[in-house]
Design a protein around this ligand. Structure first.
Ligand SMILES: NC(=O)c1ccc[n+]([C@@H]2O[C@H](COP(=O)([O-])OP(=O)(O)OC[C@H]3O[C@@H](n4cnc5c(N)ncnc54)[C@H](OP(=O)(O)O)[C@@H]3O)[C@@H](O)[C@H]2O)c1
Length: 266
């Protein structure tokens, strides 16, 4: 499968790095074009990708094309590539935030298969989480299965109605930043009690990673797992209640609410 990337910024590189790390694709199967050659030439050369002279050539040379540009330039890019899409059966995968299937499809033919996705940056280490929604032309397409299979190589995947994409942005797109804040806050306490920041971060990050893995491995309720750690009269329940009293849950809800509301344009 020949895979194109229009836009080679942070998210495109995270997906490419994940795919290359898992050997799901080879660098020579990739066809890329982005804004400024000087921003991505070294990266493309390093991974062995073909640098296309323009976005339309990416479409012409690829079976699957990932659209990874900022929302504000998306209409111009779609106008630029729509003619090539009309003349050959390439599959479009768009990760452009706030651009739904109807808005994407308005620039393309009705038979154009489109998969809208919302990945998070953890795909770079094959530990991402990606939501997806196909348009009508893609929903019964074997290529859709192949593309979802590709995304599954770099983390978890979930089919979601487009109406739930904003919620996904709060839970998975932006939440890595919230988790980093949590790890940093934990590490600060380690420093308060005399650990170096480096050691404190390492301990806190591993504790968070292992806790999340246990939820996934056991398919368990986080609340039940917390109860298993908190023995009666012990240190953990005292800490949990102190965190609740300090507004831990309210802070988490407020953070996600703000993110989701902004993604919805509220
Ligand atoms: N970052 C995330 O965590 C994340 C998560 C989910 C979805 N997304 C979505 O993914 C998309 C890309 O985000 P990003 O964070 O990767 O942004 P980014 O780092 O700014 O990447 C955008 C890329 O588009 C290139 N570009 C500009 N004009 C172009 C053109 N006319 N043709 C082709 N490429 C062009 C830019 O190149 P130059 O810089 O050289 O101009 C840049 O490499 C956005 O729509 C975003 O909403 C991002």
């Amino acid at each position: 499968m020949q895979i194109g990337f229009i836009g080679v910024g942070n998210m495109a590189r995270a997906i490419i790095d994940g795919l290359l790390a898992t050997k799901a694709v080879a660098g020579t199967d990739l066809h890329v074009h982005s804004g400024h050659l000087e921003h991505y030439q070294a990266y493309a050369d390093k991974i062995g990708a073909h640098i296309a002279p323009d976005n339309a050539t990416v479409v012409a040379d690829s079976d699957v094309v990932f659209l990874a540009v900022k929302p504000q330039i998306t209409p111009d890019v779609l106008t630029e590539i729509s003619g090539t899409f009309a003349s050959r059966p390439a599959y479009l995968v768009s990760m452009v935030s706030g651009f739904d299937l109807a808005a994407l499809g308005a620039h393309l033919t009705a038979s154009q298969p489109i998969l809208r996705i919302m990945p998070n940056l953890n795909v770079a280490i094959a530990a991402g989480m990606t939501a997806y929604a196909p348009n009508a032309a893609a929903s019964v397409d074997d290529q859709t299965k192949a593309v979802i299979g590709l995304l599954a190589q770099i983390g978890g995947t979930v089919a979601l109605p487009e109406a739930d994409f904003a919620t996904f942005v709060g839970l998975a797109g932006s939440s890595p930043a919230f988790v980093y804040q949590f790890i940093d806050a934990m590490a600060s306490v380690g420093v308060k009690y005399g650990l170096s920041k480096k050691v404190a971060v390492q301990i806190a990050a591993q504790a968070v990673a292992g806790s999340a893995q246990l939820v996934l491995n056991r398919d368990a309720s986080p609340a039940d797992l917390a109860d298993a750690v908190a023995s009666p009269g012990g240190t953990t329940i005292r800490g949990m209640l102190a965190m609740q009293a300090a507004g831990f849950q309210n802070a988490v809800v407020a953070g996600l609410d703000a993110t989701i509301a902004m993604d919805k344009g509220e």
